[in-house]
Every structure is written in structure tokens, then in C-alpha cells.
Design a protein around this ligand. Sequence first.
Ligand code: FE2
Ligand code: FE2
Length: 164
Amino acid sequence: MAIKTMEDLFLHELSDTYSAEKQMSKALPRLAKAVENEQLAAAFEAHLEETLVQIERIEQVADALGLKLKRIKCEAMEGLVEEAKDIISSIDAGPVRDAALIGGAQQVEHYEIASYGTLCALARQLGHSEALELLEVSLEEEKATDVKLTEMAESGANQKAAAA
Ligand SMILES: [Fe+2]
Ligand SMILES: [Fe+2]
């Protein structure tokens, strides 16, 4: 379907983010297993739980608006997940890999923050207030995850990696 209107664009972005979240829900258990830092593994597991709810939230947005999500693949997330896999295959388990995966996970969070930020702006413009409320919850969760990852990097993970 061609994208001609703001409504089309909203559905496209919503479907793309749905694909991104689904891909991330599959990647997070792998990331949690690949890190040595237990606090970091727990953060990835906690974000998996959030991600599963975010997937449902997108379904709720579509339902509220009577939209059918399109089956598209988010290629950006595919690339980000691919890079995380490259980190795992090219760096041995330990603090350096942990530091690399914190960075990789933050790239994902920044991508998601941009996606939800765009969706919120579109929902606001289109007057979809119920959708906006739901999307804002996910946006805040992504921002909080990003902050948590920064804190972990700065409160020891990078220091350990530098000493490795
Ligand atoms: Fe997410
Ligand atoms: Fe996220």
C-alpha cells in the first residue's frame, strides 16, 4: 500500500516499530546470556519484560484506531541486532564485550526513542489521544532504559573493561 496521507504514515511507522520490538524481544534473551555482568544481564531481562508489554501496547493502539498492522520488517532493527551478534561472535565473554553490548543496546534504545517520538508527534497531530497516551508510556520506558544503561557504563562497566 502506498503511503499518501498522515494516517498512512502513522500506520506504516506503527507497523515498522512493531517489527522492531518483535525482533528485539527475540534478541534480548541472547544479549542477557552473552554478558558477564549480572546487573547488566538483569537489566536486559527486565527490558525484555517491558518489550513484551510494548508489543501488546502497539496492538492496543492499532485496535483503538481500527487499524490492521502491516507485515513489514524493520530493516534498521535487523541491522542493529546483526551488529550485536557480531559483537558476541568477535569479542570473548568479559568486561570488554559487556561494554560493547551496552553501547549496542543504547543504539537500539536511541532508535526506539526516535521511533516512539515520531509516533507520538504523528498521533498528536492526528488527534489520536488514546494512542498518544499509550505511545508515551513506551517512549518513557525506552528513555529510562537508555539512562539505566548509561549509568551502568559509567558506574563501573567501562572502568572494568579498560582494566581488562
Ligand atoms: Fe522497545
Ligand atoms: Fe527498548
